[in-house]
Design a protein around this ligand. Structure first.
Ligand code: FE2
Length: 302
């Protein structure tokens, strides 16, 4: 069992780096971290050096990163994954530097999503210089696609310390790796990919202020504002460039009685099962997983 300490980052390939960065800073409100790495933009939301990296090149998600305790835990994870049949690749020093981690390993989940386990992700204590005052508090969760969410849960719960918090029928499995209701979700989708990246904001007012700001700036709202009955979070999903779906949310439930929590099942066709406020619901747009044809370490980029 590999213990995931936290989510770390999303790494995404973008054909138009300037446009993606402009949206992430001016619209979403993230900070563009200083970097001397050509073709890579690091975006910051919280104590992490970055939680989102855009890499100029082919459009699509490159990897989702998760932090383990330390280098020793990473080495144990590497062995465990190889023993269970995964092809595991150690990142080079240059690749680790680009991710602002001490070391990392990369492998695919059974559905083709590229995962990276990292040790010692860099912390920055300087206050975040947000691109605008969206009220962002932190990187909240990441959502991946898999053809069968029950198969996905078997993988996540047998390989990692992920526990289901709630099911949305066969459509989604919401999982926690700490008291937060979900830091990881898997949605039903035919192909691997990232269906959204979530940022927690400080208040319900931020959600609604952001909604008006997005509408005023011509951003496509995918869903919300609404309230999920599972996590009780008030949400707003919107589409960025190159099919990257962002979410703001506020008020995610924390599961403090770990032993007493019983996962519930919600029927997605039941009114109010996605949005308690009965607003129109629509599946978020998935950014497809990029295939990783070159296992050999590279100097920069992916
Ligand atoms: Fe979400």
């Amino acid at each position: 069992m590999i213990r995931l300490r936290d989510i770390a980052y999303v790494r995404s390939g973008v054909a138009d780096l300037d446009k993606a960065v402009d949206f992430a800073t001016r619209i979403v409100g993230l900070e563009l971290a200083e970097s001397s790495e050509p073709g890579v933009a690091h975006l910051r939301a919280d104590h992490r050096h970055h939680c989102l990296a855009f890499v100029e090149g082919q459009s699509g998600v490159i990897a989702s990163g998760f932090e383990v305790d330390d280098d020793a835990a990473l080495a144990v994870a590497e062995t465990e994954l190889e023993r269970s049949g995964h092809h595991v690749r150690r990142g080079s020093r240059e690749e680790a530097r680009s991710r602002r981690v001490r070391s990392f390993i990369a492998f695919d989940d059974p559905f083709g999503n590229r995962l990276e386990l990292v040790s010692q992700q860099e912390t920055v204590t300087r206050p975040v210089q947000f691109g605008r005052t969206a009220g962002i508090q932190e990187f909240g969760h990441v959502c991946l696609d898999a053809p069968d969410v029950h198969d996905a849960y078997r993988f996540w719960s047998s390989t990692f310390n992920a526990r289901v918090s709630d099911w949305i029928g066969d459509a989604a499995c919401l999982m926690r790796i700490d008291p937060v209701h979900h830091k990881l979700a898997v949605f039903q989708g035919a192909e691997p990919g990232m269906c959204h990246m979530n940022f927690q904001v400080n208040s319900i007012d931020d959600v609604f202020r952001n909604w008006h700001y997005l509408v005023d700036n011509g951003v496509e709202i995918i869903q919300g504002p609404g309230r999920h009955p599972q996590s009780t979070a008030i949400f707003l999903y919107f589409r960025g460039p190159e099919d990257f779906t962002y979410e703001y949310s506020f008020g995610v439930q924390r599961i403090v009685d770990e032993a007493g929590w019983r996962p519930r099942t919600f029927d997605p066709s039941e009114r109010g099962s996605i949005d308690m406020w009965l607003g129109p619901t629509r599946r978020t747009t998935t950014q497809p997983q990029l295939s990783q044809p070159t296992p050999a370490p590279t100097k920069t980029g992916t």
